[in-house]
Design a binder for this molecule. Structure first.
Ligand code: F6P
Length: 500
């Protein structure tokens, strides 16, 4: 067995096999499932698509399910799995009701009373209709469908499993969010008031009604239990207090384990992620791609100004952190002053990023050089200009122009955008996991890919995003998405100004 086929056979129940069999067997038997990465010598006989995954959320309202769902969708889409969220709440809001005193509308707490038989029937129907829509979409080519609902009883979950089992090669992963951290719950409840059920109501009334809704759910809520493990052999993960504690059961397959690994690493801490390309290099000046050229004079000037600018931003962040702390600590028992957040600087291992970081003071910043941040490797085309590539390899030039995302440069080590996405994946996990502030100094393709993840850029747009030299992007992850500010370097004034 070659090392490659061994790598493909990481599913525990796969027996030993030789290379030929690896390519002839139905693809879904194998766990490794990376869009655009696994190169086949023979075309797949099964259409080449792995199993479909239904992710069904579980949990009481205000447990951060929608936050998890949004992030998971963004991550999977970025990894190039077609992913779509099916929100039961949206369907419920569009459902016509026979209204009466017990069921005045489809968002009051009365509608969620488990003793309200009519409303209960409607809610069950809406949840299953939403699942049908999801299944339909998966059959039409989707890969991961996320059922965003409370799915808070064992009976409901059984129905979901039974419905999905009627489909060939559909896997179900339940993700249950449990939260008893009062601070997080309170802020989730307040966020809920901005949502479609409550946005036109008096906030106090809305909060009262929402709390009653939660109480109604609590009356019947059952966490995923041992009986479901034994009888239904469910695949599930419980995330307790935003991933502080994780319980996983029966996790099978690459995609499910990727989801769980990702969710394990999320945190809600306020921080800043600064991104930029290296300063201008001598190759940039003459239009050569790849290589390992040093900075030009203008590039060195950019690097020096960048370190001064980020040092000021670091101090500003600390100042704000202390102001916030002082605002909170006016109480009788003052809290201890929070320590200053670490500030990391990551670069690739290529000269142009290392030199850009040269002026950062190692006493103030933790500086690391990481190969995963290197520019796309252009194989045979390294150190050529685009005009030279067009002249020497016209077919390659056009192939790339026609499908830049999937196109892999020819020659040993040549990469595609998809290859770079998967190379950068561990860094995304690390960026999600850590609570430090960070400055990432990298290259055009890697910067596009990092921005695409944080800003949820459509895959067709990623390879052509405009990311000029001498521009800084500041990302601040928030519960509802990522806040972006952009800064441009002015070479004449030798300073940055905010442009967005
Ligand atoms: O020109 C700078 C550069 O970073 C090259 O090293 C790299 O090959 C290129 O940009 C990537 O941009 P694109 O994918 O648009 O060709």
């Amino acid at each position: 067995m070659t090392s490659f086929s061994r790598y493909l056979s990481i599913d525990s129940d796969d027996e030993e096999t030789d290379d030929i069999e690896v390519f002839q067997r139905p693809y879904h038997r194998y766990s490794l499932d990376l869009p655009g990465i696994v190169t086949r010598e023979k075309p797949s006989q099964t259409g080449g698509v792995g199993p479909k995954l239904v992710v069904a959320m579980v949990g009481l309202p205000a447990r951060g399910k929608s936050y998890i769902v949004k992030k998971l969708k963004r991550y999977l889409t970025w990894l190039q799995y077609e992913t779509k969220v099916f929100n039961v709440g949206n369907l419920r809001r569009n459902t016509q009701l026979i209204k009466n005193e017990l069921t005045p509308n489809n968002h009051s707490h009365l509608f969620f009373d488990p003793d309200n038989e009519y409303a209960k029937k409607v809610r069950e129907q809406v949840a299953m209709d939403c699942l049908d829509e999801l299944i339909d979409w998966l059959k039409r080519g989707g890969r991961v469908g996320i059922h965003d609902a409370t799915n808070s009883t064992a009976a409901r979950r059984k129905k979901i499993l039974e419905r999905c089992q009627r489909e060939h090669s559909f896997k179900v992963l339940f993700i249950e969010s449990i939260c008893n951290d009062e601070e997080v719950l309170e802020s989730n409840m307040r966020l809920k008031l901005l949502g479609p059920d409550y946005k036109n109501m008096d906030p106090e009334e809305a909060l009262k009604d929402f709390r009653k809704r939660v109480t109604n759910y609590e009356k019947v809520y059952e966490t995923i239990n041992e009986e479901e493990e034994e009888k239904n052999n469910v695949q599930y993960c419980k995330l307790i207090n935003v991933g502080k504690k994780i319980i996983a059961h029966n996790i099978k397959g690459y995609l499910s384990s990727q989801c769980i690994f990702y969710l394990m690493n999320l945190n809600l801490v306020e921080r800043q992620i600064w991104l930029t390309r290296h300063g201008e290099s001598t190759d940039n000046v003459i239009g050569r791609i790849g290589g390992d050229a040093p900075l030009s004079k203008s590039g060195r000037k950019y690097g020096a100004c960048l370190s001064r600018f980020i040092y000021t931003q670091k101090k500003l962040f600390r100042q704000k952190q202390l102001e916030k702390y002082r605002g909170f600590s006016g109480s009788s028992t003052p809290l201890p002053e929070p320590p200053e957040r670490n500030f990391l600087v990551w670069t690739s291992i290529l000269k142009r990023t290392v030199e850009t970081a040269e002026n950062f003071d190692p006493k103030e910043f933790d500086i690391m050089h990481i190969r995963f941040l290197n520019e796309i490797y252009a194989g045979l085309c390294e150190e050529m200009t685009y005009q030279e590539i067009e002249k020497s390899y016209p077919e390659e030039y056009n192939a790339r122009k026609n499908n830049k995302l999937y196109y892999r440069y020819p020659g040993m080590g040549g990469e595609s955008y998809l290859d770079v996405i998967h190379r950068v994946n561990p860094l995304i996990i690390e960026l999600e996991r850590m609570t430090d502030n960070i400055m990432v100094i990298t290259h055009r393709v890697v910067l596009r890919i990092l921005l695409a993840y944080f800003l949820d850029v459509e895959k067709e747009k990623v390879p052509n995003m405009d990311v000029p030299l001498h521009t800084i992007y500041c990302l601040q992850p928030k519960p509802y998405g990522t806040e972006l500010t952009k800064w441009k370097y002015d070479d004449d004034q030798d300073c940055f100004s905010q442009i967005e």
